[in-house]
Ligand binder design. Structure first.
Ligand code: ASP
Length: 328
């Protein structure tokens, strides 16, 4: 009897230990030496955006303010033809923008298919801070932006209009990987206080169907932040990122103890698996993730070569080529 009681006691204690351990495993240990502040963003245009974000971060600013200010650089640049002002239009010739933002307290805001507003990221932030909702789309998003004092302007620049007219001659909508007909600025940052935030903004796929929304304004797909764990953002074929709830997946993989690099690799392998399952050509798509954890460690991975990202920390601002799945 005593043995049996002891056995039960030991088993209960053992299960309790497992429970405690599994709870403890839930949060990766934060190193004493955290690499902060730090900001990273997708593609080469991230270098300029990082500069502005870094100004905020090195002055002890909030990661949220850093990522908003950072991506606005790209949104305002008419030569960046896949984001904001100057973005390529949809197949009806309309520039429709998608964006979202997330802070360290899991406040979220998002807009999709927004026209005529140069800084969709700031409208997304206003949705987050000034409405009881998390996402506004199309006309409703525009109406809201106007009530918030945003100016209505034409976003279609002559070069984009010319390309669209050229495209109309054949009007074939085919996703083509790694050419300049899409891209997104996704930016994630860890500030000096150790808080994480992220922002993501794009004009989406060039010549897309009117009303098409990609991953970029979808919290959990194009962006996700968990202030206890890390943050991730995505670029590439939004349909494939949404299918795997990409950035939420990357953050959950980091929660399980994976490094940002391994988490991005695993997320890309899910994309690959589902493309195979659906008998789709992997070489026709690109998907890239970047990730940052609470220690200020970074990682990235993509389907095929050509994706790069910009990292700015105490050692400076630099462009890094992401690792890729398809080795030719
Ligand atoms: N993810 C964006 C979209 O699907 C495009 C891109 O980043 O290339 O709209």
């Amino acid at each position: 009897m005593t043995d049996r009681r002891n056995f039960i006691k030991t088993s209960v204690l053992a299960s309790a230990a497992v429970l405690v351990n599994s709870c403890a495993d839930d949060k990766p240990k934060v190193n004493k030496k955290v690499n902060k502040p730090i900001v990273l963003s997708t593609w080469k245009f991230g270098l300029n955006c990082n500069e502005v974000a870094w100004d905020v971060l090195e002055n002890n600013g909030r990661a949220l303010d850093a990522v908003e200010a950072g991506v606005k650089v790209c949104e305002a640049d008419p030569n960046e033809r896949s984001v904001g002002y100057g973005g390529r239009p949809d197949r009806d010739g309309r520039v429709t923008l998608d964006a979202c933002i997330m802070d360290e307290m899991s406040n979220i805001g998002s807009i999709a298919s927004l026209e005529f507003i140069k800084h969709p990221i700031s409208v997304a932030r206003a949705v987050m801070e000034k409405t009881p909702h998390v996402m506004l789309v199309g006309d409703g998003a525009l109406q809201f932006a106007l009530t918030q004092g945003f100016k209505k302007e034409n976003l279609l620049v002559p070069d984009s209009e010319r390309e669209w007219k050229e495209w109309l001659k054949n009007s074939e909508y085919k996703p083509i990987a790694n050419i300049e007909n899409h891209d997104t600025i996704g930016m994630i940052a860890l500030d000096a206080q150790g808080n994480l935030s992220g922002a993501c903004t794009t004009s989406g796929m060039a010549f897309k169907m009117h009303g098409r929304v990609g991953d970029s304004p979808i919290i959990g797909a194009g962006l996700y932040v968990d202030n206890e764990i890390g943050a991730a953002t995505a670029t590439g074929h939004g349909e494939e990122v949404i299918r795997i709830a990409g950035c939420h997946l990357v953050v959950e993989l980091m929660r399980q103890g994976k490094s940002p690099q391994k988490a991005c690799e695993e997320a890309v392998s899910r994309v690959v698996k589902l493309m195979k399952l659906r008998k789709k050509e992997l070489k026709d798509i690109q998907v890239g993730f970047i990730a940052l954890n609470k220690n200020g460690e970074v990682g990235s991975y993509c389907v095929q070569s050509g994706f790069n990202y910009a990292v700015y920390d105490a050692t400076g601002n630099r462009l890094i080529d992401a690792g890729y799945h398809i080795k030719v």
